[in-house]
Write a protein that binds this ligand. Structure first.
Ligand code: MF3
Ligand code: CO
Length: 273
């Protein structure tokens, strides 16, 4: 069942999304070679609680941490640990909060120093695909229009692997609501989009093949071929003319640009969106 949000509810969800963006910004400020993902997770939990919210991932289906920190070939749901990040690593930082009863849930992939041209290009294209999907999140379209736009840009145009096992989702008083939002699919298929639907759109794109497996811990999803994977996620409200992005990458990107330890995909070429 799809739950539509009125403007008051969307305003509250914007606050939840913004707190996630602010938390991601704090991460962007401190990331460096030598950071342990466990220390980042601790910082994330404290920042969220300091802002009168709850880290929603903690204890979700038994998930044991505040955040999902997925390094290199980890696609999503990576456990924070004591290992230190090193030059050339990429890390998807995925954070969720509950603020005033409403969920925010999004993710950003950072490059620690230089992971090489190929991986920077994967980051750039994955981020672009997210915005191409968002452009389709307009009333009257269908879920498949979002899915198709993402798959077209990443798989068809650039030959990357689109993960099939994990999908985006509706967002609201629960973290996972209907409808599912796959990153692959056919135009004109799936649920019809209507004003007030709030979606977490989240391409998970592999440099190599699309195949993934889950580790014995029951969570960590890795690429089968061991090649890196990139993940970006925005919280988006379907509107009649133009999708409204509730999360705010601009503050994250500013911190990313100001942190000399982070390489930014947009420094390679001007973003085309
Ligand atoms: N952003 C992810 C999702 O949309 C993270 C949730 S997994 C959790 O599914 F268990 F950590 F909560
Ligand atoms: Co999500």
């Amino acid at each position: 069942m799809i739950i539509y949000k009125n403007n008051d509810e969307v305003n509250l969800m914007r606050q939840s999304a913004l707190l996630v963006s602010q938390t991601l910004t704090e991460v962007a400020k401190v990331l460096r070679p030598g950071s342990s993902t466990l220390s980042l997770d601790k910082m994330i939990g404290e920042f969220i609680r300091d802002h009168h919210a709850i880290p929603s991932f903690l204890n979700y289906n038994g998930y044991p941490f505040n955040s999902c920190l997925s390094v290199n070939d980890v696609v999503v749901h990576g456990f924070p640990n004591k290992n230190e990040l090193k030059e050339g690593d990429i890390i998807s930082v995925d954070i969720g909060v509950i603020l005033n009863g409403w969920h925010g849930d999004h993710a950003y992939t950072f490059a620690i120093e230089n992971p090489g041209k190929e991986v920077m290009q994967l980051i750039k294209i994955t981020k672009e695909s997210l915005y191409l999907g968002i452009e389709k999140a307009v009333a009257g379209n269908r879920i498949g229009d979002i899915s198709y736009a993402i798959q077209e840009h990443t798989e068809k145009k650039h030959g990357y692997g689109v993960v099939r096992e994990l999908v985006g989702h509706g967002l609201g008083r629960s973290m996972h609501e209907d409808p599912q939002v796959p990153n692959y699919g056919k135009r004109g298929t799936g649920a019809k989009l209507k004003e007030g639907m709030v979606l977490a759109i989240e391409p998970m794109i592999n440099l190599g093949k699309r195949d993934v497996y889950t580790e014995d811990d029951g969570w960590t999803v890795r690429t089968k071929d061991g090649k890196p994977s990139v993940h970006f996620e925005h919280d988006v409200c379907v509107r009649n003319k133009k999708a409204e992005i509730l999360s705010d990458y601009s503050i994250i990107e500013k911190a990313e640009h100001n942190n000399p330890n982070l390489f930014t995909a947009t420094a390679l070429t001007t973003p085309c969106i």
